[in-house]
Every structure is written in C-alpha cells, then in structure tokens.
Design a protein around this ligand. Structure first.
Ligand code: NAD
Length: 503
C-alpha cells in the first residue's frame, strides 16, 4: 500500500502510539491521533520533539515535507478518512477488542487496521470484528521512529493480500516487516526478550546481581554483538573454524544443566518490586548523568543513531535497512520521469524537481541555513535532474553517472529553520560528456530566490572511472530539455566570476 498523499490514524498515543505518529509524520503522512488521556497531547508533543532531534541526525537523504498532525478527542474523527490505522492502547484483551470494534464502525471499508500488541493472539483480537481480514498485528520496538523492525502476525481470518499491503506500508515507512510464519503468543522477538527478562528477574530476586550489574553484563558483552550478528551468527563464530556444528557439540550438553529458570516466574511481590524499583533509581543516579526521563530518551536515541550509522558503513543488520530507506527517500524526492504519480514537469520552464523544509539541524547559531547545506540542496537538485533524464539505479550500475566538477554558489537571501524551500533547474548547455546547469533555491511560500548555483557535471563511466559520452538515449532527453528551454533568458548570474575589480 502506497501511503503517499494518504492519511493515517494512531489510536492510543502513549510510548508506542506517539512513536508511530512520529515515524508517520516524518515520512510526510498526515496523522490523526486519538487518546482520551488529558496528558496525552503534551506527551505526544514531547516524543515528537525527541524524534525530530534524532531523525534530523540520522540521514542526509532528502526528507519529505513533514506530515500534518491533528490531535482529536473523538475516535470517529480520527479514523474517518484514514487508510492506515495503528492501534496502540494498553495491552488488555477486552479493551483492545472494544477499541477495534469502535475503529471498525467509523473507518473506511478498505482501511488496514494493525495492532501494536506485544503478544496477544490476533485470532482472539479479531474474533468480534465485522471485517477481520484487514486486521493483523504490527508489533514495533521502542523507539518506533528509529528501530526498523516490525513483526507482522496475522490471525486465522487475516487476508493474505492485506498482509502484503501492510508489508508495503511498513516498508514505505522505512521499516523491515518480519512476517511471523505461525500465529504464536509473544511472536518472535518478545519470546526471546522475555526469556532474558525472566532470568534477569530471578537473578535480582535471588540476590545474585543488582539491576545495574545485569545491565552491565548485557551491554558490555553480548549486547554489543547482537545488533550486528544476532544470536545464531554470534554462536557460529564462537564455534571457531569448526563453525556451528563444533559450537553445538561443545555447548549443546550444557543446555541440559540447570542454568536457567525459564519456565518459572518469580513472584512479583512488594519486596521484589521495591528491590527492582530502588535499584533502578540508584542506577539512574549513577549512570544517568543527571538526565530527566526525556533526556534519557534523547541519549538513547543519539546512541541508536550512531549505532545505525556505524552498521550502515558495514552494510549489516539494521544498517542495511537504513541504506534501503535512504535510497527510497532519494527516489521519492526525485521521482523518475515515468512515475505516473508525479506530473511530468513543464520542460520549457526551470524544472521544479526537489522540495523540502530547512531541517532543524541545517541551521547555525542565528537560526539561518548554514553554508554547507546550500551545497547539499544543490546536490539534491542535480540528483533530481539526472534522475529525470533517466540516470536510475540500472544506469548507474551498467553505464555510469554524472559527477559535479565545478560549482559557483551565490547567496542572495537568508532562510530560517523549518521554512519551506524548493529548487528549479535550467539547462544552459550540453555536449556528449558535459552538462552545464543553473539551479536556484526558492522560498516555498513567496517563490523568492534565496541562492543560485551554476554547476558543471561530467559524465563518468562506471568501469573506466573516466569522462565518457553519455548513452544516446540520455543525450536525446537532454537535447529535448535544451530545445524546450531555449527561449528562457540566460540567468543574470551565469558565467559570473569572483573578484574585486581594480579601480
Ligand atoms: P502506554 O501506557 O504508554 O500507552 C497507552 C495509551 O493508550 C495511553 O496514552 C492511554 O491513555 C491510551 N488509551 C487508553 N485507553 C484508550 C482508548 N480506549 N482509546 C485510545 N487510547 C487509549 O502503553 P504503550 O507502551 O505505548 O503500549 C501500547 C501497546 O503497544 C500495547 O499493546 C503494548 O503491548 C505495545 N507495545 C509496547 C512496547 C513498549 O516497549 N512499551 C513495545 C512494543 C509494543
């Protein structure tokens, strides 16, 4: 399901619902949020502010113009025109079932309805629904706006097509949907996490370790490996040259030793709750650097952003998902000319191929867009232009691409953070190997020109890494643009040099 231009609804906006809202908004989707709690809107705003802070650092890929958030006290209003609805109310079967019935009563007939439930069976949740085929679990991980995993689990009455639609929707949001093959309580990830959690509770209860010591045991050892390798790959490498078979032979027998208490649950009596809560308070005192709750969230997010970026460099784990998401963001910002969802631009005018808002991290101390970001935006404009003439991923792989070899930027007016901007591109000259382009950055509200950039781009062969002639099909398209734009006046600033004339 393509979410572009559609509306979504979040029902319940606590920790998870607010995270969903932030992810949807960042992807340019308008979101209606319903939550009856009086504090909900304030908490939602705080989570979105934290998400903006983290997402601004996550990627340099062009970000969609942020979606519009509407908070409402009326469930019917929230879901009325939504094609994608994510339910995130507390984990109680009867509450969820009654909320799902209410959602269904007011939502469009073809809307997908997904529940964030951490472990309730979808067959139970959908049992009273009139159209259960469009219901499934979409189980995310906190913080939803940064972590890419979402487990999809359908119930007995969920439709296959609907699961595919949900997969597409979650992929659009930059997530990696993992479809659970068999309906099972707790799905995949929470079963694994609960095993660790039970054992951790026993270790605290039995006085073997404190809350802080257990966290150290996870984060200084196994935790560092899990993000990149998961469990099986970690153990394969632990088997040395003998690999997994050797590992299993060596450590397999110990599985039968009584190391764990997995099937028992410690009694969560007042003593244990007090012990855990007070040790957790001590832990925050000693490791929290005086941060309040939102501060702790921001520190967690900053570390996650750095981890995701490091994993991307090594093309592994969640880093692969980040690369995919960035490629999709570039494609969305510069749709190929045959993408029917986008109007073909009028070639006789300077081409409007890229629009965005000045992101919060693009501004300097006086809240104006900082110099290096102008070059980034002009780079995105060139990228949009080369995509429009057909330099897509197949061409990049097989033939080559255009490299920028010279740029002259003129700064004409300031622009502040969060202001809308767009670029236009005029083709000044073209030959077999070169493109001479003139871009302008305009203000999104009054069209005034904020900056211009004149650039020379050189076609470089993929194998040879040397200047080479572009494919004849590309050259034809470029000549079309040149022909169409021949009546446009040459920009005043084109060909201008830098210097101070001697008197
Ligand atoms: P939460 O308590 O933070 O938020 C629940 C929100 O639902 C609250 O803001 C509450 O006011 C609202 N609510 C209560 N009744 C409602 C109703 N009738 N209609 C609309 N909103 C209502 O809980 P959470 O941690 O965000 O959990 C929500 C869901 O997400 C649960 O199903 C949970 O299992 C799942 N989940 C939680 C996590 C996590 O780490 N917290 C992770 C994955 C999934």
């Amino acid at each position: 399901m393509k979410l572009t231009g559609k509306k979504a609804a979040c029902v319940g906006s606590g920790v998870i619902g607010a995270g969903w809202a932030a992810r949807l908004l960042w992807n340019g989707i308008d979101v209606h949020v319903f939550d009856p709690n009086e504090e909900a809107q304030r908490q939602l705003d705080e989570v979105i502010a934290n998400a903006d802070h983290a997402l601004a650092k996550l990627t340099l890929a062009p970000r969609p113009v942020k979606g519009k958030l509407t908070f409402t006290n009326d469930l019917a209003e929230a879901v009325r025109d939504a094609v994608f609805i994510q339910e995130s109310v507390p984990e109680r079967m009867e509450l969820k079932k009654s909320v799902l019935t209410d959602i269904e009563a007011h939502a469009p007939a073809d809307a997908l309805i997904c529940s964030s439930s951490s472990g309730l069976l979808p067959s139970d949740l959908q049992s009273d629904m009139r159209h259960p085929e469009r219901f499934m679990i979409g189980h995310p991980f906190n913080p939803v706006y940064l972590l890419p995993l979402v487990e999809i689990c359908g119930g007995g009455q969920t439709g296959k097509t609907e699961i595919q639609r949900a997969e597409e929707a979650y992929k659009f949001l930059g997530m990696r949907p993992l479809v659970v093959r068999k309906e099972i309580d707790g799905f995949i990830a929470d079963r694994l996490m609960e095993a660790l959690w039970r054992e951790a509770l026993w270790l605290v209860k039995d006085g073997v370790a404190t809350v802080e010591e257990i966290d150290e045991a996870v984060r200084l050892g196994a935790g560092l490996r899990w993000a990149q390798m998961g469990t099986f790959m970690t153990y394969r490498i632990a088997g040395g040259e003998g690999g997994m078979r050797h590992f299993m032979e060596q450590f397999g027998p110990s599985l039968k030793w009584p190391w764990t208490k997995l099937m028992d649950v410690p009694d969560l009596d007042d003593d244990l709750l007090d012990k855990i809560a007070s040790q957790s308070d001590d832990q925050v005192q000693s490791t929290g650097a005086g941060l309040d709750f939102r501060g702790l969230e921001r520190r967690r997010d900053d570390c996650l952003v750095s981890t995701l970026q490091a994993l991307k460099v090594h093309d592994i784990g969640a880093g692969v998902e980040l690369s995919r998401f960035e490629a999709a963001l570039y494609a969305r910002a510069h749709p190929a000319e045959n993408d029917s969802a986008i109007d073909t631009p009028d070639l006789a005018q300077p081409l409007k191929l890229y629009e965005t808002v000045v992101q919060p991290d693009w501004v300097d101390y006086n809240n104006h867009m900082t110099e290096s970001r102008y070059l980034q935006v002009f780079g995105d404009a060139s990228d949009g232009f080369t995509r429009m003439i057909g330099i897509d991923s197949d061409y990049l792989e097989a033939t080559g691409s255009y490299f920028t070899v010279e740029t002259h930027i003129m700064h004409l007016a300031e622009v502040a953070g969060l202001e809308p901007i767009y670029t236009t591109t005029q083709l000044l000259a073209v030959d077999e190997k070169r493109l001479h382009v003139f871009h302008r950055i305009h203000h999104g509200r009054d069209d005034s020109v904020l900056a211009s950039a004149e650039q020379m781009l050189l076609h470089v062969g993929r194998q040879s890494r040397k200047a080479s002639a572009a494919d004849p099909v590309i050259l034809d398209r470029l000549r079309n643009v040149m022909d169409a734009q021949k009546e446009l006046p040459r920009p005043d600033h084109a060909g201008r040099g830098i210097g101070i004339k001697a008197r």
